[in-house]
Design a protein around this ligand. Structure first.
Ligand SMILES: Nc1ncnc2c1ncn2[C@@H]1O[C@H](COP(=O)(O)OP(=O)(O)OP(=O)(O)O)[C@@H](O)[C@H]1O
Length: 435
């Protein structure tokens, strides 16, 4: 039998047969199908990049979609596949010699939101979807469809792409999801003193003096909706740039100062740490300009958003490590600063009970007292919250279980930041495109 192409109507006697069931639109064979709303005919909607069809047929134009109810062969030209068809579908995949040259430009993006195709009833084929989490780097290989792009996760090393919602579609989904959420109290970063930066210098503080805020919280959830994908490019520190700014952040008490101190101690030539700025009030034993520069919140925000933060941090010539509250991270991610952000994460509570036995926490009231159970719980909760809100901005995560291991990991991460290429926002290398 000769087969005709649905799109170009050319005929060929040679074809590869691929079988699939009607209710599963062939993601493994590398295509999805769709129904024509008027005629009810089912046609191939797209060829998945890197899938079987793409690799063996190279052929958007050569798919043939006859339906074979219960093993019977049917002439496709007289029996188009209908939405109510049942049984087995046979695809005729016809190799073509003239492979169309793709005019698509490759786009790399960092996901600013998570997506699960299995939980999305609107996706054309959940099995062909690519699940991703905040922070994943995606290679977008096809944006021709307004709603569904094709992409692959770089970490998967798989050749086959899959479906992801386009930027506009994902933004729309997020907005719909946001509006459908009930106003419920949840633990958020809103303190009763209306000072989100109080109580931590770069980590979060969730304490009993915090009022509940609501799931529909413009500061956190809604900001993520602005652009669900951030375009990224590979960046390698220029040899003329002597230093790369390393930002350490983590919940209060996790060991950021300790690690920073040790890093500088190990190699004072390479690492310098400016006295960081904080918006919290000084503790009883702290001296202005020794542990921190204590500045009002407005000044702090002004410094960061007007890039005066840059001036303040670089005044010590080697802005190797600074400590910041998580909310400031977004404002810091600029072409001028190009920060490499390392999140210092506490280990499990049981591991902290072991490792922090002789450690001393510094609080507002006691200079050095042993860690209490609630300190550990607060730290774990704060870390979980920070990760859920900001993990897309972390270049690296270090679990601080033992100080020795954490130090080794930190050294390795810092060297990597200095010497190896990383994915950074494209706007950092195209500053003129910044708004
Ligand atoms: N892995 C670890 N094992 C044992 N003790 C640790 C570890 N990491 C940190 N510590 C100890 O925990 C205490 C708190 O650490 P550190 O002062 O560095 O916290 P921090 O994150 O800077 O918080 P803050 O800014 O509130 O002081 C210190 O006594 C430190 O020596």
């Amino acid at each position: 039998m000769a087969y005709s192409c649905l799109l170009c109507r050319s005929h060929t006697p040679n074809a590869v047969t691929v079988k699939s069931s009607v209710c599963h639109p062939f993601p493994s064979q590398g295509a999805t199908i769709k129904r024509n709303e008027v005629t009810g005919d089912i046609v191939v909607a797209r060829i998945i990049h890197g899938g079987l069809a793409d690799r063996s047929g190279k052929a958007v134009h050569v798919w043939h979609v006859p339906v074979i109810p219960s093993g019977m062969d049917v002439n496709p030209s007289v029996s188009p596949l209908k939405a109510q068809s049942q049984g087995t579908i046979v695809f005729k995949l016809i190799p073509i010699s003239d492979c169309p040259v793709s005019s698509q430009t490759m786009l790399y993006v960092r996901a600013m939101a998570s997506y699960c195709p299995q939980q999305d009833p609107a996706i054309p084929c959940a099995d062909a979807g690519v699940p991703f989490r905040k922070g994943d780097i995606l290679e977008v290989v096809d944006q021709t469809d307004m709603l569904w792009w094709q992409a692959r996760k770089l970490s998967d090393h798989s050749t086959c792409a899959g479906l992801i919602p386009s930027s506009n579609l994902l933004r729309r989904k997020q907005r719909e999801f946001w509006w459908s959420q009930p106003l419920q109290p949840h633990t958020c970063m809103k303190s009763s003193k209306d000072d989100e930066f109080n109580g931590f210098n770069r980590g979060v503080y969730i304490g009993s003096n915090h009022q509940p805020c609501y799931v529909r919280c413009p500061a956190s959830c809604y900001s993520a909706m602005a652009s669900p994908y951030e375009e990224v490019v590979r960046y390698q520190r220029h040899p003329e740039d002597r230093y790369r700014l390393i930002v350490l952040m983590g919940p209060s008490g996790v060991g950021v100062n300790e690690l920073r101190r040790r890093l500088i101690e190990i190699n004072p030539q390479m690492f310098q740490g400016p006295v960081p700025h904080t918006t919290r009030p000084p503790k009883s034993y702290e001296e202005v300009g020794r542990e921190y520069h204590f500045v009002p919140r407005e000044t702090f925000e002004q410094m960061v958003y007007n890039h005066r933060g840059h001036a303040a941090m670089t005044s010590l010539a080697a802005p190797t490590s600074i400590c910041l509250p998580p909310q400031v991270i977004q404002g810091m991610r600029t072409h001028e600063l190009k920060p490499y952000i390392i999140f210092i994460k506490p280990p499990s509570i049981s591991q902290m009970r072991q490792t922090r036995r002789s450690a001393r926490i510094v609080t507002e009231y006691y200079t050095h007292r042993p860690f209490k159970e609630e300190d550990l719980q607060e730290m774990e909760e704060a870390a979980r919250w920070t990760e859920s809100q900001y993990c897309q901005f972390f270049d690296h995560v270090i679990v601080n279980e033992t100080l020795q291991d954490a130090c080794v990991h930190l050294l390795t991460a810092v060297r990597r930041a200095q010497d190896e290429p990383q994915w950074v926002p494209a706007s950092w290398l195209r500053p003129e495109s910044q708004s």
